[in-house]
Design a protein around this ligand. Structure first.
Ligand code: PMP
Length: 406
């Protein structure tokens, strides 16, 4: 019998328990719906790659396809090309972190770094600390290894250190393996951790013996206020995750980890089984982009464009949203986090919003096991132009008004 005749799924009852517990990402699922031309999408955190100058892309691609093709088309070392690592060391220096190529590992985006860290460091039941809400891709990466993720709420100054300390006192020294944080323009919260809290977090990490994973994809996309030093600049034990996804192109799937060498050796070990090595071709393209093209000018264009879009979304929220809604005011990044009255369920409201031609990301996906956030939503302002953003917020406000108990 050919496989085409098999009408039952032989694999259904053989799926690993941990996979049965995993949930699909609402954002990934929404990608299909968001491609409908009448829909304005506030759901995905997609950078506007149309702002990249074609000449710069061509130049970097040409170098990989011609001059450097012998290495670009070949397998490379698991931890990545040293030339690319040097480029990332330069980028780190700009944000106040000094590191050497031996302290850098190249990954397939920050997402792979999250998976490798989880693969190398999480045993089932291990306690991991994170902001609540937090990046749903991190929750997905971690959940495959079955941790117990404890969420610490944030306010305007980032993760609440008093609540973190209370949780640490409860679980005791050595009980948490690591703390995962997005200190700049958090995804999904949009908030930034203040310098004082960064300092306090590092003190607590030492006192309670856990390591800190600092995920910083948006750090260079600041629209107001001054640069805040990364945690990594304050303590070299911090594990820092960088990516070219928001400052260049997510399609190149290139990110990096800066960490002590002994930590990287564990990631190296598990990465070998994942993909042997990342794409050398993409690393060469990234190298050329950051050395031979006016990338700072392009970054400036990204910043100006996203700032205009952020301002347009905040103005539209102010104009159209009901007084029952509250939202964050990000100084950078891609996202605004909206909180509605407790009885509103943003998950079931999404189908109504889709009918009205707007999408967003429901809040519960940003909490482990969808344990909170049912009345919240993440709105991305990065991709649509200001007129569309205003129209999207107007449509969404009408959907919300219908849900309110007046
Ligand atoms: N961390 C955060 C906080 C993110 O928002 C994202 C992308 N949305 C990632 C990691 C993954 O990025 P990359 O494209 O580098 O895998």
């Amino acid at each position: 019998m050919s496989s085409a005749h098999i009408i039952f799924d032989q694999t259904a009852d053989k799926v690993a328990n941990r996979v049965n517990k995993m949930r699909t990402s609402a954002v990934r699922d929404l990608f299909a719906a968001a491609s409908r031309s009448d829909i304005i999408s506030l759901s995905g955190g997609m950078p506007d790659v149309s702002l990249l100058p074609p000449s710069a892309i061509k130049k970097a691609m040409k170098a990989a396809a011609e001059d450097d093709r012998a290495v670009a088309l070949q397998y490379g070392s698991t931890d990545g090309r040293v030339e690319t690592k040097r480029v990332f060391c330069d980028l780190m220096r700009d944000v106040g972190v000094r590191c050497k190529p031996e302290e850098v590992m190249i990954t397939s985006g920050a997402q792979e770094a999250l998976d490798l860290i989880a693969k190398a460091f999480i045993d089932p039941g291990d306690i991991i600390l994170a902001e609540g809400p937090t990046y749903l891709g991190a929750l997905q990466a971690f959940s495959a290894y079955e941790p117990d993720v404890r969420c610490i709420p944030f306010d305007r100054e980032g993760m609440r250190m008093d609540l973190l300390e209370a949780e640490l006192e409860k679980i005791g020294k050595g009980a948490a393996k690591f703390l995962y944080t997005i200190p700049n323009f958090q995804n999904p919260g949009g908030v930034t951790m203040s310098p004082a809290r960064r300092q306090r977090l590092l003190e607590l990490a030492e006192e309670y013996d856990f390591f800190v994973v600092e995920d910083d994809p948006y750090g260079r996309l600041r629209y107001d206020g001054g640069h805040v030093k990364p945690l990594k600049a304050l303590n070299d034990q911090v594990v820092y995750l960088g990516t070219v996804s928001k400052v260049f192109a997510p399609g190149l799937r290139t990110g990096w980890v800066v960490a002590p060498k002994s930590f990287l050796s564990k990631l190296n070990l598990v990465k070998q089984g994942t993909d042997l090595c990342g794409s050398a071709f993409n690393q060469v393209v990234v190298e050329h982009y950051f050395t031979d093209t006016p990338w700072q000018k392009t970054l400036q264009k990204f910043v100006e464009t996203y700032k205009t879009r952020r301002d347009a979304m905040l103005a539209a929220l102010e104009k159209h949203f009901p007084p029952e809604a509250t939202w964050t005011h990000p100084e950078g990044g891609f996202f605004v986090w909206v909180t509605l009255p407790e009885y509103v369920d943003t998950g079931s409201m999404l189908s109504v919003a889709l009918e009205k031609g707007v999408t967003y990301t429901p809040g519960d996906g940003f909490f482990p096991g969808a344990s909170a956030g049912q009345n919240c939503m993440r709105l991305a302002f990065c991709f649509e132009d200001p007129d569309n953003l205003e129209e999207a917020i107007r449509r969404l406000a009408a959907v919300i008004e219908d849900q309110l108990e007046l």
